[in-house]
Write a new protein. Structure first.
Length: 91
């Protein structure tokens, strides 16, 4: 989705998610990755759903628009792990 294209900072809101200092998502069309330092975990974009590939298969981020960014739910095999916010990174 073009509206998701770009770089996003990620902030933990609640749940079992770890602190997300320095976590970024980079999205281009139907693919993207979540970056933690030099490591990246790929996902596919299906509307406002981000489906992770190996090694995190089964993990899904479900997004909803919120202001200039998104609020999200991290769900693993149907069970919510936590909530987060995504904000656009100014370049």
């Amino acid at each position: 989705m073009a509206q998701l294209d770009g770089s996003w900072s990620v902030e933990r809101v609640s749940g079992l998610l770890p602190p997300m200092v320095g976590v970024r998502k980079r999205i281009s069309g139907s693919v993207g990755e979540t970056k933690v330092g030099p490591l990246g975990v790929p996902f596919t974009v299906e509307g406002l759903t981000l489906r992770y590939r190996a090694p995190l298969g089964g993990l899904v981020d479900q997004l909803e628009p919120e202001g200039t960014g998104y609020r999200g739910r991290a769900v693993y095999r149907g069970r919510e792990l936590g909530r987060f916010r995504m904000r656009p990174v100014e370049i």
